[in-house]
Each structure stands twice: as C-alpha cells, then as structure tokens.
Design a protein around this ligand. Structure first.
Ligand code: ADP
Ligand code: MG
Length: 729
C-alpha cells in the first residue's frame, strides 16, 4: 500500500474512543442550561417585563423599546454569569448555515473607565456589513446596509463566551435576505388562515401552530482520511472513487451496534445539544456504512429550525473533538445511500388538537379530513414550488438516485385514508356511507366515525408521506436550511385554506348548511387533487411516465426547477399571503442560481486539479513501470516467449494510455466549458450552462479515473479509497 495512504490509515485505525468524563448529572439537570428560557426570564426580568415579553411571544404582539431595555438588562446579567463577554446577532443568510458578528459588551462609562453595556437597542437591532452576503441584486455593494432584528420567539443562548440572539436579516429597504423572515411570516399567515377554518368546528380555537420534527442524517469520516481527500475537504463530497467491493449490501451497518468511537461522539453531542435546549431524542445508524441520524422531539417550527441549524454547527465542533469530520452533503459517496433531512410537519390548535390526527367524534374527523384534503390540494397545486424549495446542487445527486424520492413531488396517504377519500368523493352529501365495513357515515351532518389509523402502512419511497398524525416531507436535503421547505409548505397550505374558506362561505351565504358546504367543497377538492396521490413505488421508471401524464412537474434540471418560484401562480400566492414580494422572489432565485453555479464551479476546479496533480502522474508512473517490465522481458526472452509473457501488461499499458489521454482531454474540455459558461451574464442561463455542459464532462472524467483506480497498483494510489473512507472509524 502507498506509504502516504498507509500513514493516514494507520493513524485513523489507532484512534480510540474519547473517554467522556463520568457525570452523575441527570439530563433534566442540564437541559437548556445555556438558554435564556422562560425559567431564566422569570428569574432575571421584572414581573412586568416578563409578562409583556411572554404575551408578545405567545400572541406575536410587537414590543416597545422600554421592554427591550428591560429584557436586555436581564439577559446581559444572566449571560455574564454564564461567562459571556460578547454578544452576537445570529442569523440565517441565503448562503446556508448561520452567520454572526461578535461585539463585546465593552463601552466607555463617561468617567474615563469602561463598563459592560447591553441595551434594548443593541438587543433589538444590529447592522452587520451586509455587502458580503448574497442578496440577489436587491442591494449593490455600495449600499451595504442590512439589518438584523431580534426574534423574541426563539430564546437567546450562550455558546462559549458569546450571547447569541436569534434574528432576522433584512435589507435597508426592508426585503428579506434570509430564511427566517419569510418562515416567520408564513407561520403567522398559516396561523390566521387555519384559525379561520377551525372556527367552523370549534369557536374556542384562537391559535394554530405549525410543528416541525426534523431527522438529521449525516456521515462521519475520520479526520486523517478526510484531510487526505482534497475533494471531501473542499466540496464536501468525493468527486472520484470506485465503489467498494462491499458497501451496504448486507445492511449490517443499519442493524449493527453503534461503534464505540461514534457512540462517544453521539453522547458528547447529545449532552451539548441538550444544554442548548435542543431536545435530542433519537440516535441510530443509517443504511450506509458510517451514516447516522439524530432526531429531536418536534417543536414549533421556527424554533425547531433554529435548533437544527444550531445543532449542525455544534455537530461540526464535536466531531472534531472526536477526530471525525462530519459530512452534511446529500451524496458524499457515489453509489452509496445519500443523506436527507425528513421534515415531519403538523399543525395543532391551542385547544390541544392535532389537525392532522383523526379524532374521536364526527366533527373532529370532519375537521381532520378538511385539513388533510386542503394539504393535498396545496401540495397538488404547488408541487413544482415545493420541489424548488428542496432543490439544490447538492440535493440533486440524491433525488432520483435509487434510495431517495424522485424529483417529482407526490403524496402518500396509505390505504385507509385513500379508501376513505375515494368513498367520500362519490358519496352524496346527504347519504350514509360505509367505511371499513363497520360504520355508517353521514357526510351531510358530519357523522364521520372514529378513524383508527394503522401506523404500519408506510411507504419509504414517497417524497411527502402521511404517517398517521403528520406529513413527512422527505425530499429535504441533509445540508439544507429546513426554513426554505417549511416556508413554502406553510405558504401553500395557508393560501389553500384561504381559498377553501372563501368557497365554503360563499355556499353558506347562498343558504347551504355549514357541514354540507364544507363537504361539498372537499368533495370537489378530492377530485381535483387526485393526481398528487401516489401510493406505489416512487423509485420506479413507470412512475416517471405516469407522473408526466398526470401533469406533475417532472423537471430534473435544478436551475430550471427554480423557475417555479417565479411562475405566475407562485408570485400570486406569495403576494396574496404577503410572505414574499415579487422582488424578493426574484432575488432569491438569483441567489439560488448563483450558489448552484459556484458549487459546480468549485467541484469542477477541484476535479480538474486532482486529475492533473494526482491521477495523471500516478497513472503514468505505473504505466512506465509496466513498460519497463515489458522491455526487460523482451531483452531476455525470445520474441515469441516475450510476446505471451507480456500480453497482460501490454493490454494494461494500452488501457492506461487510453485513460490518460481521455483524462487529459476531458480536463481541457472541462476548463473550456467553464470558460464559456462564466462569460454568460444571466445567472439563470449560467447555471443552466453549468448543468448542461460542465456536469456531463465531470461525469465522464470521473468514470475514467474510477476505472484507473481498479487498474493501478494499490501501492501507488495516493487518495484514500471508498472502502477506507467508509469502513474505518
Ligand atoms: P421515523 O424514522 O420512523 O420517521 P423518527 O423517530 O426518526 O421516526 O422521527 C420522527 C420525527 O417526527 C421526530 O422528530 C418526532 O419528534 C417527529 N414527530 C412526531 N410527531 C410529530 C408531529 N405531530 N408533528 C411533527 N413532528 C412530529
Ligand atoms: Mg421519518
């Protein structure tokens, strides 16, 4: 084996699990230790300030300046007791990840000394230099002002010596430059639209909350191996690598015990997450070797999303403490399962009802069916938009591969709900229908019986599946900010519920009984939204053909998928719900196209460099070794003997020669494809050029390199191979 590679492998092999200090603390003792949660607010704020703040959080009412001052004082006192010397507004730019700019509490005290100061003004608003964050043309660099503004609904927390304040990020002219602003707006609009519909069933409902429970998948790779793979280091995925003889066929990883080094990492991670108030609950191996998952208890969706982003940054840090690197890329290894981030989504009332869970009484079930059918309609009408919300250069490798949902959005409902909707569709609004051979249902008077759901009726291939009391949006990528997908979903559902209410109210106004009006509209929706329902195998090729026939969006080119944000329908939806203006939608798309291009551009450069600096030199070195052998044999043996003795080597020499010349040719082609694409002005057209002309060359280049990996002497191969990256931990 190559000495360099051996050294790296040896280092990785010898690592022991990090010993965690023994602690007798119970998790309830340290849960949310670093969070300025309601308990601490109560302790550090005056009764009046506390009352007004909580009211504002619960009801979404604005806070005035004097309250902000009161909160800042208490928050600072708590943070300083926790050892904080700095504070930062913590926000979510469109580049992905989170951003922060630290300032210390330091200020002059006007008598020649300094004090630690933190006012309501500093809490409420900060002005980071926004020029280096993408804005998609809203703000040119001359006008670098953007604001971050405090989001009181997500509690502040301390990381190290810094008090972190969750904030939104908007331009000087008020346009959203982040994921959080539209997410918060969509939560508010969905609340209003859903409460209005709930009033048909229960006058007491005054708030509807959307919940999110994400499942974060990730890979772990030993840090030494990671550092020996420039592609992993710079792009987050392997740009080359022949599949390992053994990978996930035996599924022994999925069912196996968690390796001790990984377990130590997970334990450490959980403790750290819990201290930050992230309710980490589930940990397990995933399908691919070295792939794992962490899921928390679900929370209100804005908070859940903040927690996911916080967790991702904590994971990176803890991984390093255990000499691992964490891979959030959706497809770090070709031919191996990719990583997603299933978004479990539900909506619930302040009266304690989960609107996506069947109830016990007829009226509760009519309410359940109402929300179910409206979600179906929302997903049906906006299937292209929802796909755009989860699409990215990185997730594109996962979608449509053989283990992830295809690049087509459909909904899985399971047998029972499907049967029910089928019956409801054809039943007369006054007629009694039989459901599950058991109970009579009189739709007209909303006598829908108890619906007992069979939770085992599951389909793993659906991008959007009903799982008994929630929908699971599985197409979301592991590296994504869930806010993008959740915002699109909330908006689509809110827009749909508004539409529903308008139609039902019109029927009621014309004299129809309320329940009958509701059922009449639902029956119509059941028929219209039928094409989105698909319970079959989403991985199959037949589904792609069928989906196209049904008129679902089947576009697979990511830059073109983004167009769905700018369709007439999407622009109207976002305008009607007041969540994003047309300018903001355009700017978001610009950023998406730009990011897409940059990602592929970096990958193409790294691949080209590796081809020239690693692969070609080692291939020709091996080739000349073989040539040497052939020529030596030829000098000693007779021509006939030599011919048969060197047959194998000569064939390999030819194959290598062919690969070498192709690799050289493709590398040049790659450079010129990039050059042509880079000259294109329009971000959309540029991204399309990268998709259409750069990616195919990268794929060809890779296939030559992967073939070489199988031929060249293992001794000479410098880059850690798949079997090493995937099986050493
Ligand atoms: P599975 O892998 O079977 O889908 P997991 O336990 O890994 O299940 O993840 C389920 C996720 O769904 C968890 O984050 C859980 O908190 C969340 N969840 C459960 N009920 C709801 C709900 N009503 N609304 C939103 N999320 C939910
Ligand atoms: Mg799940």
């Amino acid at each position: 084996m190559n000495t360099l590679r051996f050294k790296v492998l040896d280092e990785a092999f010898r690592r022991k699990a990090v010993q965690l200090p023994e602690s007798k603390e119970r998790l309830t003792d340290y849960y949310a230790k670093y969070v300025f949660d309601r308990n601490k607010m109560q302790r550090y704020l005056s009764k009046n300030t506390y009352g007004i703040l909580i009211n504002s959080i619960d009801k979404g009412e604005p806070l005035n300046r004097s309250i902000a001052d009161g909160v800042a004082t208490g928050m600072k006192q708590w943070a300083m007791e926790m050892g904080a010397t700095h504070y930062t507004h913590w926000f979510q730019p469109l580049t992905g990840g989170t951003a922060e700019k630290h300032d210390s509490f330091l200020d002059y005290n006007n008598i020649g000394g300094v004090i630690e100061d933190f006012s309501g003004k500093l809490l409420a608003q900060q002005e980071p230099d926004a020029s280096s964050f993408p804005s998609g043309g809203i703000r040119n660099t001359f006008e670098a002002r953007g604001y971050t503004a405090w989001d009181p609904s997500s509690p502040a927390f301390v990381v190290g010596d810094t008090l972190c304040i969750p904030t939104i990020f908007i331009s000087y002219t008020g346009e959203a430059l982040d994921y959080k602003t539209p997410l918060l707006k969509s939560i508010g609009v969905l609340n209003k639209a859903a409460v209005d519909v709930c009033k048909y069933f229960d006058e007491n409902v005054s708030k509807v909350t959307s919940f999110l429970g994400w499942e974060q998948e990730y890979f772990l790779v030993d840090e030494a191996l990671w550092a020996a793979r420039p592609d992993l280091m710079l792009t987050g995925r392997t740009l080359m690598g022949h599949s390992s003889a053994k990978n996930q066929q035996l599924e022994d990883h999925y069912f196996g015990a968690i390796p001790s080094r990984v377990l130590a990492f997970m334990k450490d991670l959980e403790i750290e997450s819990l201290k930050l108030g992230i309710p980490a609950k589930t940990r397990h191996n995933e399908v691919a070797p070295n792939q794992f998952e962490l899921a928390p208890i679900y929370e209100e969706s804005n908070l859940a999303n903040d927690h996911n982003l916080l967790l991702m940054s904590v994971m990176k840090k803890i991984a390093r403490r255990h000499n691992f690197r964490i891979l959030f890329h959706e497809k770090p290894f070709k031919g191996i399962n990719g990583s997603g981030k299933h978004n479990n989504w539900s909506i619930g009332t302040d009266t304690g009802v989960n609107l996506l869970s069947p109830g016990k009484t007829g009226i509760e079930n009519l309410q359940f069916i109402t929300f179910m059918v409206n979600v179906l309609m929302a997903v049906y009408k906006n299937n292209a938009l929802l796909k755009a919300s989860i699409s990215s250069a990185t997730n594109a490798h996962r979608l449509g591969a053989n283990e992830a949902p295809p690049a087509i959005v459909s909904v899985f409902l399971g047998k029972q709900i499907t049967n029910f909707l089928d019956k409801m569709e054809v039943a007369s609004t006054d007629e009694a229908i039989i459901f599950d051979d058991k109970v009579g249902i009189r739709l007209g008077v909303a006598h829908i019986p108890e619906i007992l759901l069979d939770n085992t009726d599951r389909n793993r291939t659906s991008p959007f599946a009903f799982t008994g009391n929630r929908f699971e949006f599985r197409a979301v990528g592991s590296s994504a900010n869930c806010g993008g997908a959740m915002m699109a979903l909330n908006t689509a559902v809110a827009g749909q519920l508004k539409q529903f209410k308008t139609e039902v109210d019109a029927l009621i106004a014309s004299g129809m009984l309320k329940e009958k009006a509701i059922v009449t509209v639902l029956k119509k929706y059941i028929t219209i939204s039928k094409p989105i329902r698909f319970d079959g195998n989403g991985y199959s090729d037949e589904w792609k053909i069928e989906a196209a026939k049904r008129g679902l969006d089947c576009e697979t080119s990511v830059p073109k998928i983004f167009d769905a944000y700018l369709s007439k329908q999407s622009i109207e939806l976002f305008k009607k719900t007041n969540i994003l203006s047309e300018v903001e939608l355009h700017s978001r798309c610009e950023v998406k196209w730009e990011t897409y291009t940059k990602k592929i551009q970096i990958e193409a450069r790294v691949l080209g460099d590796l081809a020239m600096n690693h692969i070609l030199p080692l291939a020709s070195r091996y080739q000349s070794l073989l040539l040497d052998n052939v020529s030596k044999i030829s000098t000693i043996f007779s021509a006939d003997e030599a011919k048969s003795m060197t047959e194998q080597d000569r064939a390999i020499i030819k194959t290598i020669a062919n690969h070498i010349s192709e690799i050289a040719k493709k590398t040049t082609e790659l450079i010129s494809a990039r050059k042509v694409a880079n000259k294109i002005e329009s971000e959309r057209e540029k991204a399309i050029a990268y998709h259409d002309t750069v990616i195919p060359v990268m794929d060809e280049l890779r296939s030559h390199i992967d073939d070489l990996e199988m031929i060249v002497d293992d001794e000479m191969w410098t880059l850690p191979k798949y079997r090493e990256l995937l099986f050493i931990r």
